[in-house]
Design a protein around this ligand. Structure first.
Ligand SMILES: [Zn+2]
Ligand SMILES: [Zn+2]
Length: 76
């Protein structure tokens, strides 16, 4: 599981779990503004910065969502 850092590595802006943030494959974390200024490339490891998935939903919603998608597929 990813460690959820709560601040930007570059400018120390606080990043809440529900805020949009960018991470590289080594989990360097940046705020959207820094990610843009860095051209979505991590200065520490040259990795690509990607959007961090938000953790606002509870895990129990995931199977429910998949079940619903399956149902919709079945029902056409
Ligand atoms: Zn920043
Ligand atoms: Zn990095």
């Amino acid at each position: 599981m990813l460690r959820m850092k709560s601040t930007c590595e570059r400018c120390s802006a606080s990043l809440g779990l529900a805020d949009q943030a960018y991470i590289c494959s080594f989990e360097c974390t940046y705020c959207p503004r820094c990610a843009e200024q860095l051209s979505h490339s991590c200065p520490n490891c040259q990795g690509e910065l990607v959007t961090r998935p938000p953790r606002t939903r509870s895990p129990t919603e995931v199977p429910d969502h998949r079940f619903k998608a399956k149902l919709e597929k079945l029902l056409g």
